[in-house]
Write a new protein. Structure first.
Length: 328
């Protein structure tokens, strides 16, 4: 029997500091919450009783947004420095997942639709698209957008036939159409091909299916005038024999290094060249599930936190040659 509830409680690790203001968003429900405090050297996890579900952050411009253990309809946003409530809204449907997608916009996911809520003015959450039927019954684990928020992606997982199946919904804002895709982890990147005048918007996603693991890198949308289209890539993702139930859980893409970082449930990291799809590095960095990741600007890599509260900052291997055979 596969259990998903404890491994995939959602926490958001991201920059959320703007014009001297810290934003706090919490969902009003039960007194149980999870507080994660971040400092320059460690992450402390404290399961405690509190009257609110929220966040506080100090010592560096990062904020951690915990999703409470059950859904809720009442949303409130606070200015932490001023200790004042900025906005509030009561949804018609329960919010089961939410995530900051920019400095001033939070995405809200219900069982039926996805909303964007701007912190500017008195705006209320606006529905951007309905959920696809392929995500019915899935536990939502992530929501991604491209740099211009023209392409939106909802990611969910479900237990089926003793394996974890990933389902994604790719939505085009301009075309107002959705495409269901099988996948576990994904991300967007801007990449300028040699000879092109404009950047291409690339969509990268990884899946562990019955036939094995794959990483796909494709261009979304119509190439800019004068641009050559980006050639599609589909490469194998290696899983060692002792990790038969492993699957991708997180993906970050370094715009500085043009490298795709792929994290699996069993704590393996895979690095791929964004342009060619070549695997350049693989190693196990954690014996525990890494449940949240974010870009790490200092190293042009990623930072993650595992279930024991350990901070993981895997380095980008210098001058690492491409792997010709899967590592053992």
């Amino acid at each position: 029997m596969l259990s998903l509830s404890h491994d995939y409680q959602h926490f958001e690790l991201d920059s959320r500091y703007s014009s001297g203001i810290w934003y706090l968003l919490y969902l009003s429900l039960s007194p149980m919450c999870v507080w994660l405090s971040i400092t320059l050297t460690c992450v402390c996890v404290d399961l405690a009783l509190s009257s609110h579900n929220g966040l506080f952050s100090h010592a560096m411009p990062l904020s951690l947004l915990p999703l409470p253990f059950s859904a809720a309809k009442t949303l409130q946003i606070f200015n932490i420095e001023m200790k004042s409530k900025m906005k509030a809204h009561t949804m018609t449907d329960d919010v089961t997942f939410w995530k900051w997608i920019s400095l001033n916009t939070v995405a809200l996911v219900t069982d039926n639709a996805v909303y964007h809520w701007s912190m500017e003015g008195d705006s209320q959450p606006i529905k951007v698209f309905d959920r696809h039927s392929s995500l019915a019954g899935c536990q939502i684990i992530n929501y991604r957008t491209d740099a211009k928020q023209k392409w939106l992606l909802l990611i969910g997982i479900s237990a089926q036939q003793n394996r974890v199946v990933g389902a994604m919904q790719l939505y085009s804002v301009d075309r107002k159409v959705s495409q269901p895709i099988e996948g576990h982890a994904a991300g967007f990147a801007q990449f300028k091909m040699e000879g092109n005048t404009e950047e291409s918007t690339l969509f990268c996603f990884a899946v562990r299916g019955q036939a094995g693991g794959k990483l796909h890198i494709i261009e979304v949308g119509t190439p800019a005038t004068g641009n050559q289209p980006f050639p599609k890539k589909a490469v194998d993702v290696f899983f060692p024999p002792e990790a038969q139930n492993d699957f991708p859980v997180a993906m970050q893409i370094s715009s500085k290094q043009d490298v795709v970082f792929l994290i699996t449930k069993y704590g393996y990291i895979h690095l791929y060249d964004l342009e060619t799809g070549t695997c350049i590095y693989m190693n196990r960095i954690s014996g525990e599930t890494i449940f949240v990741t974010a870009p790490h600007e200092a190293t042009a890599g990623i930072i993650g936190v595992n279930r024991k509260g350990q901070v993981q900052i895997p380095p980008l291997p210098p001058n690492q040659p491409p792997l010709s055979t899967p590592p053992l």
